[in-house]
Design a protein around this ligand. Sequence first.
Ligand code: C5J
Length: 224
Amino acid sequence: MPTISAEPYEFQFDPATTALIIIDMQRDFLEPGGFGELLGNDVSQLRSAIAPIQTVLAAVRAAHMLVIHTREGHRPDLSDLPDAKKARGHLSCGIGDAGPLGRVLIRGEYGHDIIDELQPLPGEPVIDKPGKGSFHATDLHSILANRGIKSLIVTGVTTEVCVHTTVREANDRGYECLVLSDGVASYFPEFQAVGLKMIAAQGGIFGWVAPSANLLTVLQHSLV
Ligand code: C5J
């Protein structure tokens, strides 16, 4: 079984039962004028994750592993948007309103889609999720179960919000999660550091953490 050097200890995985999940690498979170910036964040902080994810994505595709993309957002009629989420932050331009990248965090709008650098290939499932977690109100668990997936390699944004919520949901559903430390990013460097520590602490309470290079080394060896 391929074994990756990780915290808190080695992560073993079978490529046939492991999927790469790329969480919310959307213009709304990464580009100026999107939801992330409207919330007051410095969106440039998230760009560090793009290149590592691109490299991992190419290696995982070459290994014929399942790739899953997620997008946070809502139906155009806002019927899946809780009042509490709409009200949060007291934004003058918030979810559903017309913003520089189209209606903010609304499915089908330019800002809601995945950044050009990480566009899905035909056949790669894209999970549209109304919440922070990728399992809440989606068919992700069914898609993974139908493919026999047991382990997840987790990338995307933001570390302490949608990545953490997804890893916690996945952990409770019995998936083994390896979070790539340079393939996730936060608007807050201190949250990035502590968010990663929280995953691997206490013997891997939610999962494992490793730099993408450790995964790439193993994938290259298991392909030859
Ligand atoms: C946030 C996310 N931060 N994808 N969403 O609101 O982490």
